[in-house]
Design a protein around this ligand. Sequence first.
Ligand SMILES: [Zn+2]
Ligand SMILES: [Zn+2]
Ligand SMILES: [Zn+2]
Length: 119
Amino acid sequence: MKRATQQKQVIEQELSSFNSFFNAEELYQKVSKKNPKIGIATIYRFLNDLTKNGEIHSFQCNRKTLYSNSKKNHCHFTCERCGERKHIDIKKLDFLNEKVDEEVCHFQIDVTGICKKCR
Ligand SMILES: [Zn+2]
Ligand SMILES: [Zn+2]
Ligand SMILES: [Zn+2]
């Protein structure tokens, strides 16, 4: 029991050091430097639990799951012609809150169009 608590503390500490998006492998890299006994399965389980509790937020990016403990949205612009993909920054949820009656926690938007180079 004590061991589990210590592991949890290490993971929590490393997780809070991210101030942007991260994936499970990145967290694992950091954690294993502090405690090599912690396996990636433990990391996945931990991230799953936190996501379920709403303590962190999860997004899809290039078919990978990203997590964030601060940022609450993840938005892409993809060009239909050249396939270039970039991240766009949307700071406020206000426009969404006006449309949705439910309480919004986090969101992801994928916008498709024609990029500057292809226009
Ligand atoms: Zn969330
Ligand atoms: Zn992304
Ligand atoms: Zn393009």
